[in-house]
Ligand binder design. Structure first.
Ligand code: NOJ
Length: 749
């Protein structure tokens, strides 16, 4: 092997001297000039067309199944040099084996790139992404991504298909669980945190991995929340809501993008020149490479956009797509298309160049096995400090939705633990749990509570399953509820009721779980019932809200979830999470989100009973729990906002401050949120827009002034394709929720 590699490097070095520097100097203005351009040029000079096309092909190793199985003889293709990247292969040994094949058995020995869905952890699983977003803690999110990269990189992974930065405003859509929720500002900040966490500050380090901003674009706006469904939206919504988190990822230096499955205004994303060329490349100057989603090139045929797979291949490469995940389209048709003059060979050269450049940046040409390190794998995976970090993230991600003094628990009470998720270790790590262990490694809620309460104080009954309709075990649950001081029920969804291809039309608790709460409430009308929830989407909790005394949303809290949730239940961590997404009263209100438009017939705030206004006749317009909502075991009082001026010019900045006081009995964190309302616009503006947030810690009785600086940049919006600022009056507030009425204004002249 060494002989071959050495020969190869000699040839490459020779060519670098001969041609490389020259070409780098002649680079086109938009091309990134990296130290590797010359090497790539030299290597490409040695490559056949088939080998270049090979770099644009990705196949699955099938260790995890994340899409339809496509029959392909991967090993044969690797040896032929017709594969540039693999997905769904991991472990130092497994990746090394395939890498060896690519390096030693192909003509040029070009290393493979290994990609995987490292979404909220690799082995040590953090809360699902929607849960992480509920922490509003950018440092913690970045740290979680860093840990995921540490573990994944030791097991041979070079590239994660994350973050998913799709705005999600429809709880029916199963993939709302993988994103940062409904808000463009929060979503953009979180997108950056993930990219920085995964990629670190230096891609040549062996513990950093490529990030991938996905799914470009509009995937979260699928009609009726049905996965993969049609997306139609105007420029206002596209530019102001769905694009910014992707642009934020580009700003943070994201190396790759993934296409969305959906069509956008009639053109499927994987064949969409407008989004990939006009916006991503020309406007945002993105220089990395674009991979399709799984079989998305072939799907252009089902979309009715391409006549056949060959035509689809042509449309995708012409739209600016560089790598084909699992369609086999590039491998089968690109050469033919070039020979027929339908595709210009420069498109393949460009795609190949970007992919090779990325491999150079990762250091794979120096040492193709640097990520597949069994020693590091053993040292790094499930490190105690990672599990501890996951515990903290779990605690920070919980959202206390309701509390009538039923929480925190104390260690003197006896408790009935009831529900199908009390002892669960399979669902608790959520969907897209990468190489996380669903059998033994996770800490259940039961185990977590045990840390605080002796066995003699806990009684347990499952009561029912998550999804079936059997009520025969209700009685045991009712009996134990009668014998204790307090009831804690742990209920929710199955982990695979959210994630890809997991849309629901009914967003209530599945199976007989609500019946179980009802039965227990009836049996113990005067006892406090605490509901602990695990779910991957906002649920309709209207009935539960009336039946129980406290609700703690824990999402799917991850490997150390049981400990983290128990820390919150017993008050070791005072809950500080705030909803990153609205919880509706009923599925019929969807789409419902805080920064909606006013309409021409709004109902007066807090007075829903009006004729011929924009409201329902059967439920209020308001959600059950609004965006930004989340209680604490203490209370925070907000002063009215103070403004540094009531009128500012375009060049000025405005300081907005409020004093926040912890008026309760315990110390705690609060997430202060800055909202603005642009009252009149050349296109209408949302009733509220988040423009900043800060997480502060206040001891009981303590006050702190929180200040934000607003600039004209913060007040801009897209009107059609233009980013504009308009003079006029703005409302402004700092609050601990999005549910409030503005009282202060300023003008921009
Ligand atoms: C399909 C999903 O949409 C995408 O997010 C994921 O990265 C790929 N499958 C690979 O598993």
């Amino acid at each position: 092997m060494m002989n071959k590699l050495i020969k190869y490097y000699i040839v490459v070095l020779f060519l670098i001297v001969l041609t490389g520097c020259n070409k780098a100097n002649n680079a086109k203005p938009k091309e990134v000039v990296t130290p590797f351009n010359a090497q790539v040029d030299s290597l490409m000079a040695l490559m056949t067309l088939q080998e270049k096309i090979g770099q644009t092909v990705m196949y699955s190793g099938g260790w995890s199944i994340t899409g339809p199985t496509v029959s392909s003889d991967n090993k044969k293709y690797i040896k032929e040099g017709s594969v540039g990247a693999m997905l769904n292969v991991y472990s130092a040994k497994g990746t090394r084996e395939l890498q060896k094949m690519a390096v030693e058995e192909t003509r040029l020995g070009i290393p493979l790139l290994f990609g995987y869905d490292v979404i909220h952890g690799f082995r040590t699983i953090f809360p699902i992404n929607l849960g992480l977003a509920a922490s509003w803690d950018l440092n913690d999110i970045q740290k979680g991504a860093r840990i995921a990269a540490e573990e994944a990189s030791a097991e041979g992974i070079h590239w994660t298909f994350a973050p998913m930065v799709d705005i999600g405003r429809d709880p029916r859509w199963g993939r709302i669980s993988e994103g940062a929720g409904e808000d463009v500002y929060l979503g953009s900040k979180i997108a950056k945190a993930y990219v920085k966490g995964f990629q670190g500050d230096d891609l040549s380090k062996h513990n950093t991995i490529l990030a991938c901003a996905k799914h470009f674009v509009g995937y979260g706006a699928a009609q009726a929340g049905r996965d993969y469904h049609t997306v139609n939206m105007g420029h206002d919504e596209l530019r102001n809501v769905y694009l910014p988190p992707f642009e934020a990822a580009v700003d943070a230096g994201v190396e790759t993008f993934m296409t969305a499955f959906n069509e956008l205004n009639g053109v499927p994303a994987t064949g969409n020149k407008f989004i990939f060329q006009d916006i991503l490349r020309n406007e945002w100057k993105f220089n990395g490479f674009v991979v399709t989603d799984y079989t998305a090139i072939n799907e252009l045929v089902e979309h009715g956009f391409a006549e056949n797979e060959k035509h689809a291949t042509e449309l995708a490469i012409k739209a600016g797509i560089d790598q084909d995940m699992m369609s086999s389209a590039n491998r089968l048709y690109l050469e033919e298309l070039i020979n027929e003059g339908k595709v210009d060979v420069s498109l393949v050269n460009n795609a190949c160049r970007k992919i090779l450049l990325t491999k150079y940046k990762l250091g794979l040409f120096d040492d193709p096995y640097r990520y597949s390190d069994e020693k590091r794998e053993k040292e790094v995976v499930y490190k105690a400090e990672f599990l501890e970090a996951a515990r903290k993230s779990a605690a920070m991600s919980t959202v206390l939705l309701k509390n009538n003094k039923a929480l925190p628990l104390n260690n003197k009470q006896t408790i009935a633990l009831i529900g199908p998720l009390v002892k669960d270790k399979e669902n608790i790590i959520g969907n897209w749990a990468a190489a996380g262990d669903r059998k033994g490694k996770a800490i259940s809620i039961y185990q977590g509570i045990h840390e605080y309460l002796s066995a003699s104080k806990i009684v347990y009954a499952k009561g029912c399953e998550i999804e079936d309709f059997d009520m025969s075990n209700f009685e045991k649950a009712i009996n134990i509820a009668k014998k204790v001081d307090k009831v804690v029920m742990v209920l929710g969804e199955d982990y695979d009721m959210s994630g890809e291809a997991a849309s629901r039309t009914n967003i209530k608790l599945p199976g007989r779980q609500t019946d179980l709460i009802r039965a227990i409430r009836k049996a113990v009308p005067n006892k406090q019932i605490v509901l602990v929830l695990m779910n991957g989407r906002p649920l309709d909790l209207s009935e539960e809200d009336n039946l129980v005394d406290a609700i703690l949303e824990t999402w799917f809290p991850g490997t150390s979830g049981g400990y983290g949730v128990a820390d919150v239940l017993f008050g070791t961590y005072n809950p500080s999470g705030k909803l990153p997404v609205t919880f509706p009263r009923t599925v019929g209100q969807i789409p419902i989100y805080y920064n909606m438009k006013n309409t021409g017939r709004p109902i007066p705030p807090r007075n829903p009973k009006q004729d011929y206004k924009s409201n329902y006749i059967d439920v209020p317009n308001t959600p059950l729990y609004p965006f930004g909502h989340g209680l604490s075991y203490t209370n925070f009082e907000y002063s009215e906002v103070q403004l540094s001026a009531t009128s500012i010019k375009f060049s000025d900045t405005l300081t907005v401050s409020a004093e926040i006081t912890n008026i309760g009995d315990v110390d705690g964190y609060e997430i202060a949120q800055l909202y603005v309302h642009d009252k009149v616009g050349s296109i209408t503006r949302p009733v509220k827009e988040l423009k900043g947030f800060k997480k502060i810690y206040l001891k009981k009785g303590e006050s702190q002034t929180v200040s934000f600086t607003l600039t004209v940049e913060n007040l801009k919006f897209y009107n059609n394709h233009e980013f504009v600022t308009e003079p006029g009056e703005f409302e402004v507030a700092i609050k601990g929720t999005s549910d409030f009425d503005f009282k202060q204004t300023f003008t921009l002249n």
